[in-house]
Ligand binder design. Structure first.
Ligand SMILES: Nc1ncnc2c1ncn2[C@@H]1O[C@H](COP(=O)(O)OP(=O)(O)OP(=O)(O)O)[C@@H](O)[C@H]1O
Length: 237
């Protein structure tokens, strides 16, 4: 069942078209990646999907009225504790507090609920951001380079965490990333944008069951294909 659909989506700033002729549809429970060269319009598409930007051409259909978004920076309120950050904007009922704690536990950070953001590592802060997104009972999670500011080990841990959360909750996810390994590890399909204005060059289905081995030879072949599509390397035979 389609939960997100873009039809001839395009975005202009003044007279300049930054992304054009974008068509895709996303099924419930899918994890779909959007990758592309810098400036090809990945974040532009995600911003429109999040509802933060309503000034675009074409149509965007979204079943979920309130998708949650996780950005590259955790964007926590520095004057609130971890628990209060997760609860921010929600009715602080006993039930909601229990739910918030449950998500802090799911992202492995329940022991830090009383800490303030300046006491957290980058990885911990991003765990809080994920908990804050999921506690909102959203059926769609939008992720804009969520792990790109983290070191390689933390990044891999959080990618696995995201996959565990997906396995438990089957939240539909749209993941903007410039990390091909991340996209190949997590995504069922990858939309490849290229150029300026950005155009959809291809949509690749990653036909490997999850969870995947990062050193899977089939994934390596997909990576070769993606590099070729992005015109970064000759295709790996
Ligand atoms: N507020 C703005 N005014 C004018 N142009 C903008 C504005 N925001 C973004 N752009 C332009 O739109 C294009 C697409 O930007 P976007 O951030 O969506 O690209 P991206 O693919 O996410 O890039 P990156 O990988 O570098 O983050 C870029 O050329 C950018 O300069």
């Amino acid at each position: 069942m389609v939960v997100i659909e873009a039809k001839d989506f395009a975005k202009y700033y003044e007279e300049t078209c930054v992304v054009n002729q974008v068509n895709f549809s996303i099924e419930r429970e899918e994890i779909v990646g959007i990758i592309g060269t810098s400036g090809s319009g990945k974040s532009t598409i995600l911003r429109a999907l999040s509802g933060l930007d309503a000034q675009y051409e074409g149509q965007l259909y979204q079943e979920e009225q309130h998708p949650s978004v996780v950005f590259q920076e955790a964007r926590l309120f520095p004057w609130l504790t971890v628990l209060d950050n997760v609860l921010f904007g929600l009715a602080q009922t006993e039930e909601m507090i229990v739910r918030a704690r449950m998500y802090l536990q799911k992202v492995g950070i329940e022991q830090a609920e009383r800490l303030f953001p300046n006491e957290l590592s980058g990885g911990m802060a991003q765990r809080v951001a994920i908990a804050r997104a999921l506690v909102r009972k959203t059926s769609v999670l939008l992720l804009d380079e969520p792990f790109s500011a983290l070191d390689a080990f933390t990044k891999m841990k959080l990618q696995r965490l995201l996959l565990d959360l997906w396995e438990a909750e089957r939240t539909t996810m749209v993941l903007v990333t410039h990390d091909l390994e991340e996209a190949l590890y997590l995504c069922d399909r990858i939309i490849v944008l290229h150029g300026q204005p950005g155009l959809v060059k291809a949509t690749i289905t990653i036909d490997v069951p999850k969870p995947r081995r990062r050193d899977d030879v089939i994934l390596a072949r997909y990576k070769g294909k993606l590099l070729k599509l992005l015109q970064l390397e000759e295709e790996v035979e």
